[in-house]
Design a protein around this ligand. Structure first.
Ligand code: NAD
Length: 321
């Protein structure tokens, strides 16, 4: 395993991180025992960064991860989130100081720990920017002073709001998802130069574009426009015809990024952990990658709408287009 500094936090995180949303059955029902084995295998393989949220499986993922990490807590850097609790864009979010402060207590209990290493405001594009800046992040800072959390982060899909909020208040880490992988590299247009200048830790989540870049293909709820999924299916076949699983190429591609501290890939399966860790030592085959990039060229960097209209990136498109 290779480790990198997470911004200026002093934390050294594994370049492959463990995304625990599948532990909350977000990609279909997980086998709880297999998920526990996957967590243990990840720890054995040197993965030390684990990311979860109360939102994943509406607390199920935190509960399962907390149980799996019993006896291993000292070997891992634990990240969770607050502010997102349900899928409904109107009722599923609460970024108030009161809820954030209560949320950390609930997460500490479920995760069976005394401290959260990285506490992140979850999907800030669904909140009001003014509240995130003036209320949510100050509440998180207080939690940092009290020792309940060690570092503060923000997460989301649109890139501009992540940058604007971090510019206004300062954060230790930013988690961006589906914005740097074989299908979309727009993270580099907005966030990468910004975090480099500020010394903020950069976490790149969803290198498989939330399962679009796998043989199985996307879950039914996936927000990507149809033409993006269709191009990815064509690229998957192109890889298969050449004896390669597109998930491996996608992991290799994401891991080439030199500014990203950790690439968060989600799984609840031992075999995925094994394969993803192996990709740390492998560069993508240049010819195969060029072929894939050519296939997806017409849909490259197409992003979808997420959150409040006023927080969205200007070029986002509706799901069905
Ligand atoms: P992902 O791109 O990592 O894809 C995960 C899916 O791919 C799962 O269904 C998993 O079973 C499958 N998979 C994993 N490795 C595989 C392999 N080698 N071969 C075939 N299939 C494989 O998407 P993700 O899980 O959404 O993202 C990773 C993590 O990042 C999440 O679990 C979460 O912790 C974090 N995340 C955070 C946010 C946010 O804060 N807003 C958003 C997205 C993701």
């Amino acid at each position: 395993m290779i480790y990198r500094a997470l911004g200026k936090t002093g934390l050294e995180v594994s370049v492959v991180g463990f995304g625990a949303s599948p532990l909350g059955d977000e990609f279909g029902a997980a086998d709880a025992e297999e998920a526990t084995r996957a967590v243990h295998h990840a720890v054995d393989q040197g993965i030390n960064f684990f990311d979860v949220s109360p939102y994943y499986g509406r607390t199920l993922a935190e509960t399962r991860l907390g149980q799996a990490l019993e006896g291993h807590r000292d070997k891992v850097i634990l990240a969770t989130k607050a502010g997102r609790y349900d899928a409904d864009p109107e009722t599923g979010f609460d970024f108030s100081a009161e809820r954030i402060t209560q949320s950390v207590e609930e997460s500490l209990t479920r995760l069976k720990t005394d401290t959260i290493d990285l506490f992140q405001a979850h999907d800030i594009e669904f909140g009001h920017k003014v509240q995130i800046i003036n209320e949510t992040l100050p509440a998180m800072r207080k939690l940092k002073q009290s020792g309940k959390i060690r570092f503060v982060g923000i997460t989301g899909y649109p890139l501009e709001i992540l940058k604007e909020v971090a510019e206004a208040v300062g954060v230790d880490a930013i988690l961006s998802y589906c914005r740097f992988n074989v299908l979309d590299r727009s993270m580099d247009d907005v966030l990468t130069p910004f975090v480099q200048k500020r010394g903020i830790g950069l976490i790149n989540a969803s290198p498989l574009h939330m399962r679009v870049l796998t043989e199985k293909g996307p879950p039914e709820w996936h927000p990507a426009p149809k033409r993006v999924v269709q191009a990815a299916r064509a690229a998957t076949r192109y890889c298969r015809d050449r004896g390669v699983d597109i998930a491996e190429l996608a992991m290799q591609f994401a891991l080439m990024h030199e500014v990203v501290a950790t690439t968060l890939v989600g799984t609840s399966k031992v075999r995925h952990v094994e394969r993803n860790v192996k990709m740390v030592d492998d560069a993508p085959d240049p010819e195969l990658l060029a072929g894939v990039l050519e296939i997806i060229k017409p849909v490259a960097n197409i992003c979808w709408r997420s959150g409040r209209r006023e927080n969205d990136d200007p070029d986002a498109v509706p799901k069905q287009s």
